[in-house]
Ligand binder design. Structure first.
Ligand SMILES: *[C@@H]1O[C@H](CO)[C@@H](O)[C@H](O)[C@H]1NC(C)=O
Length: 554
């Protein structure tokens, strides 16, 4: 891929010019709609730690990281992670500091059901989630709960995991327990996080647990079972719980956007979108239901060529198609970047065969100057986000959208202007789509704080808060982006030019909007205090106290 990127570097400046035309950045202060929800997100294995405490059993992530520690970039695992199992009160304090409307977190299946099944419910695990939910609700922060964010019980994996159709029952038994335990207080349920990552990276590759890597077969089996499990969870909630609990339930779909620089590859780009997220959104949101036509046709044709007696993509019956269609109250959208694609003779034998990538048969590329900051993990292509949001509105009759993830990786550090730039420009694209008529009702930043980034370990940092993994206390410190996000939430406005803490002279900030003229210490106040306390000048002291204050009323 590096060579490929070089090849295309020459035309990169052209793309930048084109992207400005597609989506001109606007500089006036812009208002978000009334009732727009702002939140942040995390996931159980990435933050909780306490991997075997209080009766929790092994998940596939415990398993792969213990089997082979250096499966992760830094040879670290989520045994302790951010220790949120013990530090949830500090997490909620951070939510209050930011002024969040909602916080998205996930339940760990093996923490609640240690046998994988509902024959035994782990009271201590349930208590943890009750504590977290109740602490949030004390401050009016709505829980948005993901039922499955990748930490499958290892025992179920040994029985085939998502390739075994019995998982439709296993999963629905588990979610029914969750609705019963927490549904009185949880009004936003997410069935599955990023099905495409689960199946493609976990079953068709070795980029996520369970590292199965059975290409072009296990991934499609997983996809079918997972869609049916999702639909069953939806119907259970809709029929048995919604009448009394009155919440919503939806899927979070990872949709990177695929575009092309050359008209001749327009169909290839369309099919890249069909393959990588249409395979989940089309069955749920389209008029006809079922997998996208291009996916069915290409996999069937390739399978026949390869000597398979039937398509490697399992079919749905009409009954299953009807059962899945319409089973998401929102389009839960996760998005990080855009790629260009092409497809011609040179791409025909590019991938191992059979495989999902070979079935799609396109090559993807991005430009080096789409990378901002020191990490190449996320790219900066806000115009692609705008085009994606437009496509969802146009293809599916403007479904209500809740953005359930969007964010930016760095390698650490508090002064994260790149992350601020990423958030501002992506929020600006969201406002552009809303102005065009998209029904986008909420935005969830990934992530509240640094956490275990799967096979990248702790090398990629997505947090609005930095987490100090050297300290047993896992100290959380707000980055500059946290102050900017807080200001967006407080004003309900996007101001591309707001600079936190630098506009006035005081060591304490005075709030001229409040009749009490509330005084709040700036970071400089903490540094000055330290100088006074120690009677020493330390050029490197970083205050790790609560620089952030809590807005009461949140
Ligand atoms: C395929 O398309 C790419 C991108 O436009 C181009 O660089 C390459 O030369 C093409 N290859 C062939 C064999 O046509």
């Amino acid at each position: 891929m590096a060579g490929l990127q070089l090849l295309f570097l020459l035309t990169a400046s052209l793309v930048i010019i084109e992207s400005k035309i597609i989506n001109e950045v606007r500089h006036e202060v812009r208002k978000f709609p009334d009732n727009f929800l702002f939140g942040t997100a995390t996931a159980s294995y990435q933050v909780e730690g306490a991997w075997d405490e209080d009766g929790k059993t092994e998940s596939i992530w415990d398993h792969v990281t213990h089997e082979n520690p250096c499966v992760t970039t830094d040879c670290l695992n989520g045994d302790i992670a951010d220790n949120s199992y013990h530090l949830y009160k500090r997490d909620v304090e951070m939510m209050r500091e930011l002024g969040l409307d909602h916080y998205r977190f996930s339940l760990s299946w093996p923490r609640i059901l240690p046998t994988s099944f509902p024959d035994k419910i782990n009271e201590a695990g349930v208590q943890y989630y009750n504590n977290l939910i109740d602490e949030m609700l004390k401050y009016n922060i709505k829980p948005m709960v993901t039922l499955y964010h990748w930490d499958l019980p290892q025992k179920l994996q040994e029985m085939g995991g998502w390739t075994n159709p019995n998982i439709i029952d296993w999963y629905s038994d588990y979610v029914r327990v969750a609705f019963e335990l927490f549904g009185d207080r949880v009004k936003h349920w997410i069935t599955i996080n990023e099905a495409h990552a689960v199946c493609y990276a976990g079953y068709g590759d070795n980029a996520l647990a369970p590292l199965l890597n059975i290409k072009g077969v296990a991934d499609y089996m997983c996809t079918k079972n997972l869609l049916l499990a999702h639909a069953k969870a939806y119907h259970i909630y809709d029929e048995e719980f919604r009448p009394t609990q009155g919440g919503s339930i939806f899927m979070s779909i990872i949709a990177q956007y695929y575009d092309t620089e050359h008209e001749e590859f327009a169909q290839a780009a369309e099919e890249a979108n069909d393959f990588s997220w249409g395979l989940y959104s089309h069955p749920i949101f389209s008029e006809t239901g079922d997998f996208p036509k291009s996916l069915k046709e290409r996999v069937a044709a390739k399978s026949a060529e390869q000597g398979f007696p039937r398509s490697r993509l399992p079919e749905f019956t009409q009954e299953e198609i009807d059962y899945i269609r319409g089973t998401s109250d929102y389009f839960g959208l996760n998005h990080y970047y855009t790629s260009f694609v092409y497809r011609n003779e040179s791409t025909m034998n590019y991938y191992e065969s059979p495989s999902f990538d070979d079935d799609l048969g396109v090559v993807m590329y991005t430009y080096d100057d789409w990378i901002i900051g020191e990490s190449d993990f996320t790219k900066f292509v806000p115009w692609g986000y705008y085009k994606l949001l437009t496509k969802i509105r146009e293809d599916y009759g403007n479904p209500p959208i809740i953005i359930t993830e969007n964010g930016f990786a760095s390698h650490g550090g508090l002064n994260d202007d790149d992350r601020i730039k990423y958030y501002r420009h992506h929020l600006s694209a969201v406002l552009d789509a809303i102005e065009d008529g998209s029904d986008i009702q909420g935005y969830t930043a990934w992530s509240l704080m640094d956490n275990f980034e799967w096979l990248r370990g702790y090398t990629e940092r997505f947090g609005l808060y930095e987490v100090d993994y050297e300290s047993p206390a896992r100290t959380r410190t707000p980055r500059k982006s946290a102050f900017v996000y807080k200001q967006i939430l407080r004003t309900r406005e996007l101001d591309m030019h707001y600079e936190p803490d630098t506009d006035r002279f005081g060591l304490y900030e005075v709030d001229y909007e409040s009749p009490e003229r509330t005084r709040t210490p700036r970071k400089s106040a903490f540094v000055y205090k330290q100088i006074l306390r120690t009677r020493e000048l330390d050029m490197h002291y970083e205050p790790d106290t609560d620089v952030m204050t809590i807005d009461e009323g949140h």
